[in-house]
Design a protein around this ligand. Sequence first.
Ligand code: NAD
Length: 359
Amino acid sequence: MTMAEAARDPIRVRPEDAHEFVVALLEASGVDRKNAEIVARGLVQADLRGVESHGVNRIPSYLARVRNGVLDPRAEPTLTEVTPVVAQVDGHNGFGFPAAHLGMEKAISMARTFGIGMVSVKHSNHFGMSAWIVRQAVEAGMMSLVFTNSSPALPVWGGKTQLMGVSPIACGAPGGNNSKPFILDMAPSVAARGKIHKALRRGEKIPTDWALDSEGRPTDDPEQALKGVMLPMGGPKGSALAIMMDVFSGVLSGSAFAGGVTGPYDMSKPGDVGHFFVTIKPDLFLSLQEFRDRMDILYQRVVGSEKMHGVDRIYFPGEIEQLTEESRLKDGIPYVQEEIDVLNAEAERLGVAKMRVRR
Ligand SMILES: NC(=O)c1ccc[n+]([C@@H]2O[C@H](COP(=O)([O-])OP(=O)(O)OC[C@H]3O[C@@H](n4cnc5c(N)ncnc54)[C@H](O)[C@@H]3O)[C@@H](O)[C@H]2O)c1
């Protein structure tokens, strides 16, 4: 069976089995149970939401960082209160997920008391899909901004070498009584770099407007694209958004910035990633009921908008991912055999049971 055929006929894995598998790999690598659960929830949630570029398949590269001594699996993030509404987390070069989780947890509790909470996170690592952190806030009834910086992948507008990260901009708000939450989570490039890694894993081509090869030519070959540069969305605007992520997450936090973050696939040194979270209570200016009613109106106006030619349905930001999650919770998460083989090779190396699959 070719990779493309395998992708059409995927192997399904129950989310709880994927979760347990990831927890077992992490625990066998020195991560404590609590932090392993946080990492696993973030990765499995990405696969559930159809953001497979940032799901369980990231585990081999994360564990390679542990083996190479550039990510400390035992690190416990610490928190310092700066003002009643501002806190700082130091990730101490552990997994980015527990550092981000602790930061968002604190931002939520400050917003509950004071209406707003702001947290800067330093010396962290890649935290995967930003939407899981936005969800943490949404589930607590909060609005949020979730920013991070990342390793050089994009040229700045007018430049030709990688400088800024493909750093996602994410934000969210709880929905109304009859609407979905608003969850925006987007990379400032035409496509996230993880989608190129996914295409490479699956033996697929990529659209030619995603990246340039090392000679500066458009390419549909993921391998050549990874040697070149990602293209920012909207030219100078995408490049400016990537710089914005670096100002708020890198410059402000004390973490690496200006091209200094080390990528998750570069085993030479710690990531030193920075994040920035703001959490806002939605009933600061109106009652909660009014806020919810207004979100319902906004949702209905957006999805009920008159459709352009060829469009069957209009979605709210985050809605496609939510629908994917609903169906994958029922049917399981689809993986291709090659992906499962790579994950099982990690299990074998660590003496952990293979991933349980549904045929
Ligand atoms: N941690 C990191 O360093 C890092 C770096 C890059 C990307 N990422 C992650 O990669 C993921 C993918 O990013 P992306 O930019 O490729 O996402 P995307 O282009 O698939 O989606 C971007 C946003 O647009 C919305 N959207 C997409 N199609 C829509 C439609 N038809 N109607 C309405 N809304 C729609 C989505 O809900 C989402 O909020 C994100 O989860 C991001 O956090 C992480």
